[in-house]
Design a protein around this ligand. Sequence first.
Ligand code: RIB
Length: 305
Amino acid sequence: MAACKILVIGSINMDLVLRVPYIPQVGETLLGSSVQRIPGGKGANQAVTAAKLGADVYMLGKVGGDEFGDPLIDNLNQAGVHTDHIDLVSEASSGLAVIQVNDEGDNSIVVLAGANDLCNKDYILAHEDLVKDTDIVILQMEIPYEAVYKAVELASKHNKTVILNPAPAPDSIPDDVLGKLDYLIPNETELQKLSGQPVDSIAAAEEAAKILLSKGVSNLIVTLGSNGSLYVSANGAVHVPARTVKAVDTTAAGDSFVAAFAVGLSEGKSVEAAIGFATKVSSIVVTKSGAQTSIPDRSEVDALV
Ligand code: RIB
């Protein structure tokens, strides 16, 4: 059976990863232990995950003409992502993320958008045929909102499955966009921002998710870090626990979860089974350093009991 086509539309960054004992306070100077350049960007991390898990993956996004542009595209190619529609904009710099990772594997991230900011709605409109020719469209929010919303509109018009990972979360998402989403996959912080409700427990996550359901989202999956995830739909809520692992670096855990969930759906798994598959994949990702360097291939995932 031919693999389903997945189109990822989003950011491509070079990550500058600093290992630090803890995340510094305002005004504090701290000695780090290492620095590495690792391909990242929420969109690119998702595309690499889906491709390494065996899906037929296309990506829309932009990189700059600096020293990072070509290596970022090469890295996507090596993972098996179709990159023909990615633009290299010679006069722009590539997206850059400065990431601090502490001894517990938690991070703080600052992103300079660079060429990602040039992914406007005209660029999306110019690739309507690619949207039409895919099965599942995955989006995040590190490119301009106008492009994300236009992509949601086109994907919905062509009856594609639309998955939005609202990361980083805006203050709100228009109701007409929410109504076109098949799956919204926020983490606790993103859900808190979008719902305006505190999300400090699984019960609170369910209540906050219901607010977004009432605005038209069909299904929400809230990722809760070491507490697993919560699937909320009109049929109720299902909590899926995380696997217990020793986290080395949580970067790209959410990205890999979203992409693996899409791959699970594309293979005909039920929503709960696709969440279980995504949980397995992200549990491997957090045991390794970096964004795209931590993404497992399919055999590693299938070997996990
Ligand atoms: O989700 C992790 C990603 O966020 C990093 O790879 C970084 O580039 C930022 O986009």
